[in-house]
Design a binder for this molecule. Structure first.
Ligand SMILES: Cc1cc2nc3c(=O)[nH]c(=O)nc-3n(C[C@H](O)[C@H](O)[C@H](O)COP(=O)(O)OP(=O)(O)OC[C@H]3O[C@@H](n4cnc5c(N)ncnc54)[C@H](O)[C@@H]3O)c2cc1C
Length: 394
């Protein structure tokens, strides 16, 4: 990539959303160019749990068996712990015959990018989008790579650069999404075999999830609503230490292998399209991480965006964009409503404790609660979340 080039499709961001779209477009024989600002994989703050809907996409992409053979682990259950030590177990919902998996972002993101490249997508690592403007009927992008700047003139742009999307900002789709806190991640050595369970700890001032991933490791992903300490890991450790369920589990972990932090964490939806341009994954709309749905929504969004782009290329821009917006309303908007309601509970430890106790006594309510974060409300809330989601997207 150098100088000035005319291309068909530019994908900005090589996470699950961008890589999935690039892979599917390349398989359809479309010329696609993906720019990813990270030169090589540098780690991503995440809980590394992929829910069943995301696993179903990985199956459709033909990549799931390979990921399992490289050590991705099935996750069938969750245990939710309140700050005061109560806990309940729930079976995780399945989707299209699939359950969840624990998988490092290194393995997942790199495998998707490698498959996109093998399908014919041109992947540029260490390439950062810094400018974007509409010129006549094309988008002209400025991309920095290896000390030089290239200009790419694309027919369609897909912004898949995550929750602080540069494409959204430059295309005037940024919106004002609330900042809900700081994300933290640690990997630990796993000393015993996986019990196919993800633990979710409701802390005073945040929450943390612990999932088994490949290569004998645990991934601890956490969100602190706010942190006063110079080192937020001090706050996280202190919160976990005062949560009896977490204390016992953390005492059984092996050595801490690494740590990462990211800030700000924005949740909410953006206007997801304008002429010749779509946003996908977190760039279009990100849900609260405790739902464990972000990766699944990014994979599903990558699929839906690829389909919509194919429609645009066939000259059916309006219906293609409308269909894509409806997909986001249905899948992201409804989950946002449910997780916003649950968040109100999470922010009040005494209320969270009362709910956890009630769910332990009434497991059917517990499985409904978990299910609510994984579909559009289902029979429990009926069509309410879907209806409410209609008002989130103009
Ligand atoms: C603490 C925490 C825990 C979480 N735990 C889970 C979990 O357990 N399960 C789950 O499903 N979800 C979880 N999530 C959410 C999940 O991480 C995201 O929803 C998911 O990564 C979104 O994928 P994406 O492809 O949209 O964006 P990303 O994965 O963020 O990928 C975007 C890519 O774009 C690149 N990029 C950005 N800007 C540019 C630019 N200007 N030029 C070129 N490239 C650019 C970035 O380098 C990045 O690789 C968690 C999030 C947090 C913060």
């Amino acid at each position: 990539m150098s100088g000035r080039e005319e291309i068909e499709i530019l994908v900005v961001g090589g996470g699950p959303a961008g890589a999935t779209a690039a892979l599917l477009l390349a398989r359809s024989g479309i010329e696609v160019c993906l720019v990813e600002r990270r030169r090589e994989y540098q780690g991503k703050v995440c809980g590394e749990f992929v829910s069943a809907e995301g696993v179903a996409v990985l199956r459709r992409l033909g990549i799931l068996e390979r990921l399992l053979s490289r050590g991705a682990l099935p996750i069938t259950h969750t245990r939710i712990h309140s700050a005061s030590g109560d806990a309940f177990d729930s079976t995780l919902p399945r989707s299209a015959g699939e359950g969840g998996i624990g998988i490092s972002r290194r393995l997942l993101d790199e495998a998707l990018l490698a498959d996109a490249a093998a399908a014919g997508a041109r992947i540029f690592r260490g390439a950062r989008l810094s400018g974007l403007s509409r010129v006549a009927s094309r988008w002209v992008a400025r991309v920095h790579r290896e000390g030089s700047t290239a200009t790419l003139s694309a027919r369609v742009v897909l912004g898949a650069g995550g929750r602080n999307s540069k494409v959204a900002e430059l295309a005037g789709l940024a919106g004002t999404l609330p900042n809900v806190g700081m994300g933290l991640q640690n990997h630990f050595l796993r000393l015993s075999p996986s019990d196919e369970r993800v633990n979710l700890f409701l802390l005073r001032g945040g929450y943390a999830g612990l999932a088994p991933v490949e290569q004998g490791r645990w991934c601890l992903g956490a969100l602190l609503f706010r942190s006063a300490a110079a080192n937020p890991f001090t706050d996280l450790t202190a919160s976990l230490a005062t949560t009896s369920g977490a204390r016992a589990i953390l005492a059984s972990l092996g050595d801490r292998l690494d740590q990462g932090a990211t800030h700000p964490i924005r949740i909410g939806m953006r206007r997801p399209t304008t002429t010749g341009l779509l946003l996908a994954g977190d760039a279009a709309g990100s849900v609260d991480p405790f739902s464990g749905q972000g990766i699944a929504l990014a994979l599903m969004g990558g699929e839906a965006a690829a389909e919509s782009i194919l429609g645009i290329l066939r000259g059916r821009e309006s219906p293609a964009r409308l269909g894509y917006r409806d997909f986001l309303r249905r899948e992201v908007g409804s989950r946002l409503i449910v997780t916003a309601l649950l968040r109100r509970i999470l922010e009040r430890p005494s209320l969270a404790h009362a709910c956890v106790s009630a769910f332990r006594r009434h497991p059917i309510l517990a499985s409904r609660l978990v299910g609510l974060t994984r579909n559009s409300g289902g029979p429990f809330l009926g069509p309410l979340p879907r209806l409410a989601a209609r008002f989130l997207l103009k």
